[in-house]
Structure formats: C-alpha cells, structure tokens
Design a binder for this molecule. Sequence first.
Ligand code: SF4
Length: 143
Amino acid sequence: MAPGAAIGLCVRSVKFCPGTTFCKQGKQDAVGLGLKLDEKYHGMPMPSKFKMGVSGCPNSCSEPAIKDVGIMGTAKGYTLMVGGAAGAKPRLAEPVAKELSEEEVLEAVDRIVSFYQNSGTKKRLGSFIESIGLEEFKKQTGL
Ligand code: SF4
C-alpha cells in the first residue's frame, strides 16, 4: 500500500466500512465509494485537516457523523453530512442531503471541497460552517 497522509492540512485517508461487499447489514457499497473518494482526494491540500467517512448502513461503523464530510448508507441511498469532528472540539456533522446516488454524492463532495478550498478560511469545516451559517453553506454548495 502507498503510505497514507496521516498529518497536515490535507484530506486524510478516507475511512470506510465493509459495506455490501463484506457485511450482511450493508445497504450501500461503502468500499466502492470510499475507494473512489480516497483515490481522488487523499492528501489533497485543504485549509485545515479534513476527514471523510463512508458507512454502508446507519449503524455507522466508520463514524461518518464525526467527519468533516460523512456519508451514511441507507436502504434508499446515501445521507450526506458535513462539519463533524472528534478530538478536542467534538462536533456532530449535520445532514444536508438524503437519498443520494453514488454519482450525486461524488458531485456534491466535489462542490463542497471546491467551495471550502476557495473560501479563504483557515477554520476546520464545522467551524467555518458555523461562521457563515448552514443555510448559506448549502446555498453556496448547491445542496
Ligand atoms: S456500518 Fe453497517 S454495513 Fe458498515 S460494517 Fe457497520 S453494520 Fe456493516
């Protein structure tokens, strides 16, 4: 395996669960989507550290609710959440879209990453969203 980007102001290795590939509880292909996200974003420079997580069902074994971008599989598609964090300043991610296809998730993550990279902020995504308001963030990212 290639070494992961474990530190620094960038997208860290994407955390995903076994999903429909290996888990009988799985509702969505968390492995397939997680690998696509990791291939595209892992190590990409960002204003602050940036974590992504994908789960194959609402049990959320990969903890998408405490990731900057969290994607939770459900029977009807993916729920997209933003602004989560663990550590010294824990914060639950807020759901911004539901019942998305894999393609819709990838498009939405692209818009979120692009807006955040060009925002001029140095805050972590959750704090940045608090500073501009969730509705404004959704408007700017087409959510
Ligand atoms: S989140 Fe769901 S699909 Fe993923 S490992 Fe946990 S139980 Fe299985």
